[in-house]
Design a protein around this ligand. Sequence first.
Ligand code: LLP
Length: 438
Amino acid sequence: MAENRTTPAPNLTELLAARPAFSMHAQDGLCFENVPLNAIADAHGTPTWVYGAASIRARHAALSAALQAQRLNVRVHYAVKANDHLAVLDIFRGLGAGADVVSLGEFLRTQRVRIAPGEVVFSGVGKARGEIAATLQAGVGQLNVESREELEMIASVARLQGRIARVALRMNPDVDAGTHAKITTGLADNKFGIPAADIPELYAHAAGLDGIEPVGIALHIGSQILNPAPYEQAYAKAAAMVRYLRAQGLSVSVLDLGGGLGIGYGDEPGISLPAYAAVLRREVGGLGVRLMVEPGRSLVGPAGLLLASVLLEKHSAAKRFIVLDAAMNDLLRPALYDAWHGILPVNATALHGPCASADVVGPVCETADCFAAGRQLPPMAAGERVAILDAGAYGAVMSSSYNARPRVAAVMIENGRAHLITPRQPVAALWAEEAIPR
Ligand code: LLP
């Protein structure tokens, strides 16, 4: 498996040093937000997702501070797809954030924690008529439209309900975000958005449609973006579009700048938030529109980990394998994107032992079920625990029950205590709703 890293992999000490929410104690071993991970594993078993509420709040505060330092008033709409757990959404509600959703299910999750419906944006390239109807009925704040066909569908649903749908047109800026091909969205041949050349005519058409109020432009160019340059290009194009539409006499009051802010999966920093905020101010700060962003990963990714146990070490002539109880059905990112996730042993002694190369794998019957290839790790005894880092975003939400593996437990650390927020699914729940035709 080719791992998706361009810089040398950090060692265990470097990984730990780059993550202030983690600490290593001689007795207790690895702690996250001061709670020993061994204690969580003893209480709740493994694999278990562990999220840190303080870490989520700190990530949100850092983004807000960077934007405020540029004297920008930007609404943060948390991208629910990154981690849709009610406990996570409730933190964002408490912080006064809005939400960005891509399905009725995500919308209803936001409503379950009482995020104001008017603070929710409904994005996505394929919204079903029923989803449009239900979210409009509930008072969704804005729908980001990705095609002429969808615009007409929203208009007809809104007319039937006697409502006016506030829509932004999602522009495809044809900018290369320089990220993994499977998570880039802003190139002309990606399925997302409307080509810039088609926006003016469609916006004018929308302005004349009964049931529609076009409020602005949206864009999202991809995910895990570490360099501000593609944002600069995309935001410059968005600003030019806003000016052009206004010159045509059209009203534009909203600019939705998308998400995509990248995090450091090794010991490198994530995208510089001050540099990103400076780009935002320079390119779109003076437009006199309501600005909004839709970050997901950068707010929750580093605030979560997957806690797993070693089942056994297995040696072949060529290789050493560390087999965990967690697998690709729990955390899919390494198998799907060759994503690199740091892996830390939980026992203090292991951290300082001599390391040797190992493939860290799960029990699923796929060669792709590999969390790390050729990773430098100390000898690991059966039952020892490891933390797979930065799994707070696109972790649990992308998991499946492949190989009849039940959904694992989740814990949130709040006020220095670990709270069980999802119980481990009983295995019989996997088939509880199945039927056999007779
Ligand atoms: N807004 C829209 C319209 C999006 O499509 C996305 C992500 C976001 C916001 C949030 O992007 P973020 O800030 O999280 O980068 N499963 C992949 C990532 C897929 C992202 C899809 N869209 C992964 O695990 O890397």
